[in-house]
Design a protein around this ligand. Structure first.
Ligand code: MG
Length: 398
């Protein structure tokens, strides 16, 4: 079997380091050809490059790149804003583990190069949906989700070859650290409270998103982009009314697909991101390392309940932005990044995250997402407005 060459954008983040564990567990299958990172953790990327010997290392920050290049003789170090996107040409599969909207160029470059994109960066797909759909039609391009819910749905959908027989997608949500709290309980939660995720180990941005249920809201839009109507041949005719969220605190059922005969197929494992990463890397095959294997003798119970839309208004905001389409998803994603960052810097309270996003979306101009430039413009406009809205909250908090 020839080795699958893997490039890893965002190698020092949570997805990146776990992808390296998958590659290391399956060395007879995968070869790490390139890694990329911002350069904020130079020691870690130097260590990764020395250990895995990729032929190319991409670093966005020029100053960090100079330091890193000096430590890595014999390895090509690419520098600058476009360096990470250039990794698409170095691999059969590109893992996009970049955090936030910054991952857009990697998503587009990989698909436009006709390569497989193992997508952990949901923000690029959400913000630039219509643009990504065009790139996805490039011959050879494949988009396999790494997000655990969408990886689960991708697996469940293999139960049918009739696309019109899919009735409903059920996205499971752990409920995050604040499941069961009322809106009043949530007035005074701290950063540490919000970062204490009960089941998943993830980076800080997505962990806060899980605490507000915005992560699930963004995942609804992501599911619509991946499996919905606009995906053309890749789509299953799924609309927003056909995508539901169910809270499942154990995070063992990663999502489900209901077919037109009411049969429901679910994908289960213990929560371990290495499973969906390995699935996206090896698809249509499977890796042989059993990450997330279930011990049925100790698993116990699986609970399901509806989400609390009053305590977690971000979920409904995301549905509304998804239904509005155009640049509304770009706006909600950008406003969310701004609000989460402000919360993590103690500028606003946890409940203000949703309030800032709602106030920003109220000012959405209804612009369409016609090309990458229009999405980038929408992103920066939404950030500007979110910062304005944020200041009105910041003045009354703390
Ligand atoms: Mg997820």
């Amino acid at each position: 079997m020839s080795l699958t060459r893997v490039a890893l954008a965002g190698s020092t983040g949570s997805i990146g380091t776990q992808a390296l564990e998958v590659i290391e567990a399956e060395v007879d299958r995968f070869e790490l050809s390139a890694i990329g990172a911002t350069g904020r953790q130079p020691e870690l990327i130097i260590e990764q490059a020395r250990r895995y010997r990729p032929s190319v290392v991409a670093i966005s920050d020029p100053e960090a790149a100079r330091f890193i290049a000096a430590e890595l003789p014999g390895i090509e170090v690419r520098v600058g804003a476009d360096a990470m996107a250039s990794l698409a040409l170095e691999a059969d599969v590109v893992v996009n583990g970049v955090v936030g909207f910054a991952g857009l160029s990697v998503t587009l470059a990989t698909l436009e190069a006709g390569r497989r994109l193992a997508l952990a960066n949901k923000e690029s797909l959400i913000a630039a949906g219509p643009v990504v759909q065009v790139a996805r039609r490039t011959p050879g391009a494949e988009l396999i989700p790494v997000d655990s819910e969408h990886g689960a749905i991708h697996q469940c959908l293999r139960a049918t070859d009739k696309k019109n027989r899919v009735a409903r997608l059920l996205l499971t949500a752990s409920g995050g650290p604040f499941r069961g709290r009322t809106i009043d309980d949530l007035a005074s939660v701290t950063i540490a409270d919000a970062l204490a995720h009960p089941t998943w180990s993830m980076g800080p941005k997505i962990t806060i998103d899980s605490s507000t249920l915005m992560n699930k809201g963004l995942e609804v839009i992501e599911a619509h982009e991946l499996f919905g109507t606009p995906a053309g041949d890749a789509g299953y005719g799924i609309g927003f009314d056909d995508i539901e969220v169910v809270v499942h605190p154990q995070s063992v059922v990663h999502s489900m697909v209901e077919f037109t005969d009411a049969s429901t197929i679910a994908q289960l494992s213990t929560p371990d991101m290495r499973l969906p990463i390995g699935y996206a890397l090896a698809w249509p095959d499977r890796i042989s390392t059993p990450f997330g294997r279930i011990d049925w003798t100790t698993l116990g119970r699986l609970d399901f309940e509806p989400p609390d839309l009053e305590a977690f208004p971000c979920l409904a905001l995301a549905y509304a932005a998804g239904r509005a389409g155009g640049t509304a998803p770009a706006w909600i994603s950008a406003a969310n990044e701004v609000a989460v960052e402000a919360f993590l810097e103690s500028q606003i309270a946890w409940r203000d995250i949703a309030a800032v996003i709602a106030a920003t979306l109220d000012r959405h101009d209804g612009a369409p997402a016609t090309d990458a430039a229009s999405v980038i413009e929408a992103d920066s406009q939404a950030r500007r407005i979110a910062l304005e809205e944020l200041n009105s909250f910041a003045s009354v908090v703390r």
